[in-house]
Design a protein around this ligand. Sequence first.
Ligand code: MN
Length: 290
Amino acid sequence: MKKIIENIFARPAAAGMVGDGFRVYQYFPGPKSFFPQKISPFLMLDFNAEIDFSPSDTVRGVGVHPHKGFETVTVAYKGAVAHADSAGNAGVINAGDVQWMTAGAGILHKEHHDEAYSKKGGPFEMVQLWVNLPKKFKQTPAKYQAITNDDMGRAELADNGGYVRVVAGDFNGVKGPAFTFTPINMFDIHLNKNGNLTTSIPASHNTAILVVNGDVEVNGAHAAEHSFILFRNEGEEVTIRANEDSVLLFLSGEPIKEPVASYGPFVMNTQEELLEAMQEFNSGKYGTLE
Ligand code: MN
């Protein structure tokens, strides 16, 4: 049975800045978004739709800040982001790469434009997702997975229709490399004009598609550039056909049916745990990062 579409939302009207390096439309949740609910296990989606940054000698971005109790997933389409964290990890997320960072028990990190990109300027296009952790894994040690193009699963579509890069989960038998704490599918879909695909996702998964670029038909409904398709938990089959060359971010996951208590960069289950997280942060428990 076809997966039923709940709604197709146009891009939120207003963008906001994260630090001075990311100009994002917050698709969910939050006051600027078009729907307030989180779609568990996904907590937040910030889309830096393509913009040109001018060349700069100082790198733009966000300075040192904490996270606890969930994961941040950064998908780089254009431009490059340098990151460093208090667990001693550092690197560059280049176009085509995904960084899957598990904040878990707590971490400090910073996210800036890569220096080489910064000097040159030019197109910049990214998504950052926040993915919740179930209660039993909120205290897991912080870590990150750098997932490059070569690591990803790749499915070629029939009739020169394009390709699907599988970051996490399973697309028609092709598996993604990301380790996830709950069942999640994350696909980077590239369709050529008139290309199409069909896949099946469990009805129990919360499921959504962001049209990063292009123009598509999803289960017969039209979805324009930057629109966001949210499905109901009814039906399994998703068919997509591209009206022009298109790039889509496909997300689905088994909902985590636990209470969510969140404040800024901390996402726990209770108010008490939130207070604890802030105390840990204030007492330097998440380590140091310059
Ligand atoms: Mn962050």
